[in-house]
Design a protein. Structure first.
Length: 121
């Protein structure tokens, strides 16, 4: 009985992972897809241009797409933020690595969060 339950749980997790990958790639028709969120979709208490903000932005996008999520710490492997042009804070871009690909997260001057998802091969 325990084995049957374990198999059922694994199938459900694989299905939710596949559904999220499908949503992030427009039903597997694109390897890279750009998304845009309003800045108010992420908690204003989290400082912009930080890894924590980027992870929360990606989590908000995944929730909006209907993905079933794990805990944030378990969901993302690597994350890093830096200015593309040193000294220009508006050039900050964050890299957040997920299970099926990576996300590039930036905030524009119109209060939008721009997220580009790139699928792993």
């Amino acid at each position: 009985m325990k084995t049957l339950i374990l198999i059922f749980v694994l199938l459900i997790s694989a299905s939710s992972f596949a559904n999220c990958s499908s949503a992030l790639t427009n039903q597997y028709t694109q390897d890279s897809v750009a998304f845009q969120l309003s800045e108010d979709e992420v908690d204003y208490e989290i400082p912009r241009a930080t890894v924590e903000f980027a992870k929360q932005a990606v989590t908000s996008l995944q929730q909006k797409l209907g993905c079933k999520l794990e805990k944030i710490g378990e969901q993302f492997a690597n994350a890093n933020c830096q200015e593309v042009v040193p000294g220009i804070s508006s050039s900050n871009v964050c890299y957040v690595e997920g299970r099926s690909g990576y996300f590039l997260v930036s905030v524009d001057m119109l209060e939008n969060i721009n997220i580009v998802f790139n699928r792993f091969d």
